[in-house]
Design a protein around this ligand. Sequence first.
Ligand code: ADP
Ligand code: MG
Length: 244
Amino acid sequence: MGDGTILIDVDGVSKSFGDLRAVDQVSFQVAEGQIFGIAGPNGSGKSTLFNIVTGIPFRPDSGKVRFAGREIQGLRGHEIAQAGLARTFQRETSFDSLSVFENALLGVTYGLGQRGAAARRDAVAEALAFTGFSDADFDLPAAALSVYQRKCLMLASALAMQPRMLLLDEPASSLTRPEIETTITLIRQIAARGVTILLIEHVLALLLTLSEHLLVLNQGQILAEGTPDEVVKNPLVIEAYLGR
Ligand code: ADP
Ligand code: MG
């Protein structure tokens, strides 16, 4: 666990698509070493928030993001990755014709631009093993993978960048219960290595189990914030989830 130092400071970020304010003046801070959760109904702006924080694929219209004391909101995606911020995507992204190993290596080239080739390959092999791939799996085409394995591959690609902070967009969606349990264990192990985690999740059980602090978005704005216990008792949260 960290010592309470703020690692990321998201300060009044907004992003509109035409007339739709997908993320509207959102501010929060995550301490180093924390597992910080973001909940919210479909379309509440969770993925857009990740997109603007990581610069992939776009930047915020306004607001600031300070990561490790440095303003990153104007940087490009690969520069943000190289600053120590890695992410996964809600939908599994992999190149079907490439092997498991080649897929993870692509991400690492993006995020560890300055490292040598041997160091990159080592980082990829270590991350793939950590997420459960055997050496024999490394040469499989990504097309042969199950949904769970694709999620593991995306996670391994992000981890191979050796990030200081990891943003996970719905890591449990479409998974079976045992797969969700394994995912929870993996996320705990990543946090135990000192990686700060920002987690979006629709599977509330996972979010409530893992998060030390929780933010709830609704229509692009912060609806509630606090410990999981505080947040689930908040009448505004109950209404947003059940009141329609
Ligand atoms: P969540 O991840 O919470 O389900 P999103 O951040 O994906 O929500 O979407 C928030 C809102 O912004 C939704 O209404 C969605 O349709 C819209 N939106 C997201 N990305 C785009 C885009 N690239 N272009 C237009 N509208 C978008
Ligand atoms: Mg989303």
